[in-house]
Ligand binder design. Structure first.
Ligand code: SF4
Length: 81
């Protein structure tokens, strides 16, 4: 089993799940401890370097739009748009 490299600094893993022990166990088994490359939060961070504040690990349907929005915001701030 390989742990997600973001475990130590992932707000979801370290914060949100503290009050949800059943959900914590589910996500840790499904994503954090093995299949982290399919975690939506990991995917957004890998593409943008940003830890999303509300994205859940299984919200993969949001990943493309979030990456596009974050890249657009970054480009807009740098004056590329
Ligand atoms: S797998 Fe996802 S939820 Fe788990 S530590 Fe990594 S980024 Fe966070």
């Amino acid at each position: 089993m390989t742990d997600c490299p973001l475990c130590q600094n992932c707000a979801f893993f370290n914060g949100w799940l503290v009050r949800m022990p059943k959900e914590a166990a589910f996500y840790r088994v499904k994503f954090c401890g093995s299949d982290f490359e399919n975690c939506a939060r990991f995917q957004v961070h890998a593409a943008t370097g940003i830890k999303h504040p509300t994205l859940l690990p299984d919200e993969n349907d949001r990943v493309k739009n979030i990456i596009s929005e974050l890249n657009y915001e970054r480009a807009a701030k740098s004056g590329q748009y």
